[in-house]
Every structure is written in structure tokens, then in C-alpha cells.
Design a protein around this ligand. Structure first.
Ligand code: PLP
Length: 393
């Protein structure tokens, strides 16, 4: 018998990938599937970004780079954050990462251990809890409530902190709910955190470009009182339609930077060199394609919520960010996961059951509206027909 460490009994997964695999397999059998499951833009990476990667390879950038990323890209990240949020970040604080996920992996690994608490949003991105459990730390869910517009409540979050708390994960704009936490609430959270100087914060801001209705994203880097214990997770995947490039960045404070650099050296050495040059072109080149994509998501957001609110037993608040809708399906008579499974098998619509994002996800499903308007309308039609004719066993 192989004797692996026990943490692997506890590590979880992201069901969106399992649904993607099932949807792809059904399509290979000739079934007509509309995939509103996976969270990735349906647009192509803008051409000038692709060209920059090709040029980088032709120019001979095919070797290792520094483990923390090429300097021009780290400078470009710092300049971009300054331009958008008027915050001063040194390129020495920026680390180029192979996607957004590795930043949550590393930060949870740095703080998680038996006997400590790590707080995370529920419903929230499933990898937070998975990694917390892997480390043996106690996962402490921060409830994210529909009646609060799926924003986190500062008061409720602060009440959950204990002397055992080492790390708090926040995510706005949020997956799976599309919730955006208003500035007043973030101000309150930061003020409360000043009383807990030993608690680190990991702010997952991967959807920071995708805020609608005139809302402004609140970047946690704007709060000097927590800068020395703040980790920022961000990247190119969503904003520039680059999920498959595996390119992200982190801002690490103080000594955490060197710990992350060592983890990078041990784990991946460096990020794909040509992808880094592509990321540079994305940040420094024209933003038209990214802006067009976000404007299109905004349009679809209204179409998807209007349509969902017309389905029997379904209600959906208008999400303020990201590209997800998180309708309440508790009055359909279906539990969320059986509903998601039946919709895929019987109606050809892939969505994700809310419980895949946490205990408080029961009664909800997640739809990604990163799909064409035509497909969204077709999927809504199929869901309508399904809910009118099928009842749970
Ligand atoms: N954080 C959140 C909230 C996400 O939804 C995702 C992807 O779905 C990620 C991080 C991971 O991004 P990446 O694909 O760049 O690893």
C-alpha cells in the first residue's frame, strides 16, 4: 500500500470542470448542449496579445525567466494598479503566477495548519475550502446572503474572527454570485481588522474589471492600514479572455514575497515566457477588445436575469459584477444539484448547482453568461420548458 499524506483525503475539486467534461462528452455523442457551466469568456484572446506571444517566441524568449516574472511585466502590473486605483505598488511586490488559482493555493498553504481558522466566503469559489481542509485548518464560512445583494457583511465577518484566525479570504466581484461589496462595507471591514493585526487578508480580485451599473471596484490595496498583511490575487484569465494561458499575478506583502518566490522555484520555476510577453501586451496595448467584451457581458447580464425571473419558481437578483447569475430556485420544487444534473441530461443545458460553492449554496444554481445571447436565450427557453413539464422524482 502506498502511504500518502492524509490531507489528500480532504482535498476537494471544482465541479465546473467535471460538468465541462460531461458536457463535452455529451457533445461528442452528438447531443446539443449549451454550456453555461464553466466560468470563462466565450471571446478569443485579442489578436494583438496573441501576436505578442508569437513574436516573443520568434525573438527567442523561450527559456526560463526569473521565478517572480520578467521585470517589464511586473512594472506594467504596478503601473496598471496605479492607473486604475491610484495605489503605489513596487514591482518588487508583484509576482507573476501561472494563473489566479496558485495564489490561493500558496497563501492558504502559508497560513493553514491544524488548530488555526481560515475564513472564506460561502457560497464562494470551491478551491478556498478545498485547500483550507487540505492544510488541516478549520474552514470558517463567511455567509454571503442574497438579501445583502450577495455582498459580504463586514459586521458578520468581523464577528467570526477568533484568536485562532490566521487568514480571511474575500472576493468581490464574486464567483458564483456576481455580488459586489460596496465601499462602505469594505471600509467597515478594514476598520474592524485594525483590531486584529495578526490576521492576514487574501483579496481575490480576479473580476475587478467586471463591475456594472456605475459601481466602482474597491481594491483593498487602497487601505494602508492592512497593506503589510494583504495578499492580492488577480490575473489575465477573465479580463483578457486568457483562461488557457495560465497567467496571473499576486501582490505579496513583506516576507511572504520571499516565501512565495521559494514556493514558485520549487513548484513551477517560472511562468511560461511567451505568456508573460502576451500579458505585457495586454496591459500596455489597446483596451478596446477587453472593454467591448465587458460591455457585452453587461448586456447579457440583463438578458439572463430578465429571462430567469420569468421561469416558474425562479427569482434572480441582478448581479453587479463578474459574469455569473445566481438565481434562487428553491421554489421550483427541485433541490439545486438534482436540478442542475437533470437540466444537463434532459434539457441539454449545463449549469452548476449552488451546493458546489458551499453549504449556503443550496437553493441556488450558477449560470455563467459568458456565452452568446443566442445560446443564453435558447438555454432559458429549454429551462422554461423543463420546469413546466418535469417534476423531481
Ligand atoms: N478566483 C476566482 C473567484 C475565480 O472564479 C477563478 C476562476 O474561475 C479564479 C480565481 C482562478 O483563475 P485562474 O483561471 O486564472 O486560475
Amino acid at each position: 500500500m502506498l502511504q500518502t499524506i492524509t490531507g489528500f483525503d480532504r482535498i476537494g475539486e471544482e465541479n465546473a470542470f467535471a460538468v465541462l467534461a460531461r458536457a463535452t462528452a455529451l457533445m461528442a455523442q452528438g447531443k446539443d448542449i449549451i454550456n453555461l457551466g464553466i466560468g470563462q469568456p466565450d471571446f478569443r484572446t485579442p489578436e494583438h496579445i496573441v501576436e505578442a506571444a508569437i513574436k516573443a517566441l520568434r525573438d527567442g524568449h523561450h527559456g526560463y525567466t526569473a521565478a517572480n516574472g520578467i521585470l517589464p511585466l511586473r512594472e506594467a502590473v504596478a503601473a496598471d494598479l496605479h492607473k486604475r486605483y491610484n495605489v503605489t505598488v513596487s514591482p518588487e511586490e508583484v509576482m507573476i503566477m501561472p494563473g489566479g488559482k496558485p495564489t490561493m493555493f500558496m497563501s492558504i498553504l502559508m497560513f493553514g495548519a491544524p488548530g488555526v481558522d481560515i475564513m472564506y466566503p460561502d457560497p464562494g469559489f470551491p478551491i478556498y475550502r478545498s485547500m483550507i481542509e487540505f492544510t488541516g485548518a478549520r474552514p470558517v464560512p463567511i455567509p454571503i446572503r442574497e438579501e445583502n445583494g450577495f455582498a459580504f457583511s463586514a459586521e458578520e465577518t468581523l464577528r467570526l474572527i477568533t484568536p485562532q484566525t490566521r487568514l480571511i479570504i474575500v472576493n468581490s466581484p464574486a464567483n458564483p454570485t456576481g455580488g459586489v461589496t460596496p465601499k462602505a462595507e469594505v471600509d467597515k471591514l478594514v476598520a474592524g481588522l485594525e483590531k486584529w493585526p495578526n490576521v492576514a487578508i487574501m483579496s481575490d480580485e480576479i473580476y475587478d474589471h467586471m463591475v456594472y451599473d456605475g459601481e466602482q471596484h474597491v481594491c483593498l490595496l487602497s487601505y494602508p492600514s492592512i497593506r503589510d498583511r494583504l495578499i492580492i490575487l488577480n490575473g489575465w484569465s477573465k479580463t483578457y479572455a486568457m483562461t488557457g494561458w495560465r497567467l496571473g499575478y499576486a501582490i505579496w506583502p513583506g516576507k511572504l514575497y520571499d516565501m512565495a518566490r521559494k514556493l514558485a522555484v520549487n513548484l513551477h520555476s517560472c511562468v511560461n515566457a511567451s505568456a508573460q510577453y502576451a500579458g505585457l501586451a495586454a496591459l500596455t496595448g489597446p483596451q478596446d477588445a477587453a472593454n467591448m467584451m465587458i460591455a457585452e457581458f453587461d448586456k447579457r447580464r440583463k438578458i439572463v436575469t430578465d429571462g430567469l425571473n420569468k421561469l416558474p419558481g425562479v427569482s434572480c437578483i441582478v448581479p453587479k459584477g463578474a459574469f455569473y447569475a445566481f438565481p434562487n430556485v428553491s421554489k421550483t420544487g427541485w433541490k439545486a444539484k438534482p436540478l442542475a444534473n437533470a437540466l444537463l441530461d434532459e434539457a441539454g443545458v449545463a449549469i452548476i448547482g449552488g451546493p458546489d460553492f458551499g453549504i449556503l449554496g443550496e437553493g441556488y444554481v450558477r449560470l455563467s453568461y459568458a456565452n452568446s445571447t443566442e445560446n443564453i436565450l435558447k438555454a432559458l427557453g429549454r429551462m422554461d420548458e423543463f420546469l413546466k413539464t418535469k417534476k423531481p422524482a
